[in-house]
Ligand binder design. Structure first.
Ligand code: AHR
Length: 512
């Protein structure tokens, strides 16, 4: 059996975890909205057509913020199409996903749903095909109390009270040619700066997220951020970046090590923020908004590696037949292994809590998502639901510095300790919560926690995500093939915890 020691001292913190680390994202894409969160006539739907079974799970997941309406979709979207009497709303071609957008669901429906689900909306404006005036008008429609054209129209459309939307994204992935209305960094910077100006004039209390770069295969990776931030640093509050992990023939060891790839990705964004800040003598802190992250295996189409993606337009990345309404595309069926990897990515988020303030699991329902609904049918939790749920339940407080004494394994990122932990101290509950990925594929690991300054500590709970069949998935018929398993800790010796081979674990210790 391999042995690992993990030291943590109460005086050494890495950063305070923002609750917004467990946010999510829903896009007008496939069945994310239609027959996802909204399905009038479904036996579980309420008077507004919102599926109550979905709302229940969203509440259980404890998601604080949800980004909407895209994604790539937003760069083709005219928000005016989605307001007013439904019978007057136009059907449009959505170029991003080659689907038909009926516009039955728009900003009012989303904000009302968000209220019912107890989540805060984060709205992306269209800086691709949209204008800066459209962006300003949308802020006015949502946030201005009344007495102007757009705010009065909101009241007329059924919402006299403003929505008070705080978080606004200045476009989506504007660096990429797949984006409708894609811009060069110089053009994006000019447009985003003018949009930011207008939007803040309308409501100075809003927080703005600028598009940073997300894809390291693009020649503009990081250089985009440097150029853009030099001019936008003072106007914005966050820089957005996206990161998807894919099980694409890199082998089990490298796939498990994806947490390191995400760590490198986040640290690159943090480095460019620091560079621009230092170079220009800025004093303000700018945080990262990782507003899309997840495992995405492109199960819709057959891919051999990430390289295959380079030549594809977004709709070639799906099985869409073209111009259908809410087609069932990008409906990943996640395995136990994917869930363990998602858990590992969550550990990286915790260990970067000093720079990442908002992170959105992409997405929430049906499309690369933890929750799957059946049209006119039931609902079930994908495997990845479980680690995300544990993170949003236990990952609050301070991320502490963890020092390891551990054997190493070799992967494409070099030599890494055989386990990857994140130690969280929750002062309120008087608990230390340790999230740990065991990358040892053949052997159990004896994981000893040496905790200083927390008083006497006792293992109270231990949950594991593990199993012999890594390919097992949840289905509507067998929704509990993969869940977290609570271990009996009564026989544990002090703070030594056995970690099953290839597992993701949550250990809760009480400070007595
Ligand atoms: O989440 C799916 C897509 O991934 C989003 O629309 C886009 O922003 C990203 O490329």
């Amino acid at each position: 059996m391999k042995k690992v020691t993990c030291f943590s001292d109460k005086h050494y913190t890495l950063g305070r975890i923002d609750d917004k680390l467990y946010s999510s994202f829903t896009e007008h894409l496939g069945r994310s909205i239609y027959s996802g969160i909204y399905e009038p006539g479904h036996p579980c739907s309420d008077e507004d057509g919102y599926r109550k079974d979905v709302i229940e799970l969203v509440k259980e997941l404890n998601v604080p913020v949800i980004r909407y309406p895209g994604g790539n979709f937003v760069s083709c979207y005219d928000w005016h199409d989605g307001i007013g009497p439904k019978e007057n709303r136009p059907k449009r071609m959505d170029y991003a996903w080659a689907s038909i957008e009926t516009n039955e669901f728009g900003i009012d429906e989303f904000c009302r749903w968000a209220k019912k689900a107890g989540v805060e909306p984060m709205i992306a404006v269209n800086l691709g095909t949209g204008s800066i005036k459209d962006a300003g008008d949308l802020v006015e429609y949502c946030n201005h109390p009344g007495g102007t054209y757009w705010s009065d129209l909101r009241a007329k459309n059924g919402s006299p009270e403003p929505y008070h939307i705080k978080y606004w994204c200045l476009g989506n992935e504007m660096e990429g040619s797949w984006q409708a209305g894609h811009l060069s960094v110089e053009d994006y910077t000019k447009k985003a700066l003018e949009a930011a100006k207008i939007m803040k004039w309308v409501d100075p209390s809003i927080k703005l997220v600028a598009c940073g770069s997300s894809y390291d295969m693009l020649p503009t990776y990081m250089e985009w951020d440097r150029v853009m931030l030099t001019d936008l640093y003072k106007q914005v509050d966050y820089i957005s970046t996206h990161n998807y992990t894919m099980n694409a023939g890199q082998g089990l060891t490298n796939y498990l090590a994806s947490y390191k790839q995400l760590d490198n990705h986040i640290k690159n964004s943090a480095r460019v923020i620091e560079y621009v800040k230092g170079k220009n003598h800025f004093t303000k802190e700018l945080k990262i908004c990782l507003d899309e992250w997840n495992v995405w295996n492109f199960q819709d189409i057959k891919l051999n590696s990430l390289e295959d993606l380079k030549e594809l337009t977004t709709f070639e990345m799906t099985s869409a037949k073209k111009w259908e309404i809410a087609p069932g595309i990008l409906e990943e069926k996640y395995s136990l292994l994917d869930a363990i990897v998602v858990g590992g990515l969550g550990i990286t988020l915790l260990n970067n809590a000093d720079t990442v303030e908002i992170a959105c699991l992409a997405q929430l329902i049906n499309v690369i998502a933890p929750i799957t609904t059946v049209r006119n049918g039931g609902i079930y939790k994908q495997t990845i639901y479980h680690p995300f749920h544990m993170l949003s339940k236990y990952g609050h407080g301070l991320t502490m510095k963890a020092v390891l004494n551990a054997p190493v394994y070799t992967c494409e990122f070099g030599e890494l300790p055989i386990v990857e932990p994140a130690v969280v101290y929750n002062e309120e509950a008087g608990e230390v919560r340790v999230f740990v990925l065991n990358c040892s594929q053949k052997e159990e690991v004896s994981f000893e926690l040496i905790l200083q300054g927390y008083g006497e500590t006792k293992v109270k709970e231990h949950y594991t995500l593990a199993g012999d069949n890594l390919e097992v998935r949840n289905t509507l018929k067998n929704p509990e093939n993969v869940t977290m398993k609570r271990q009996d800790v009564s026989g544990y010796s002090g703070t030594v915890v056995p970690l099953p081979r290839l597992s993701w674990n949550v250990i809760v210790l009480e400070c007595v």
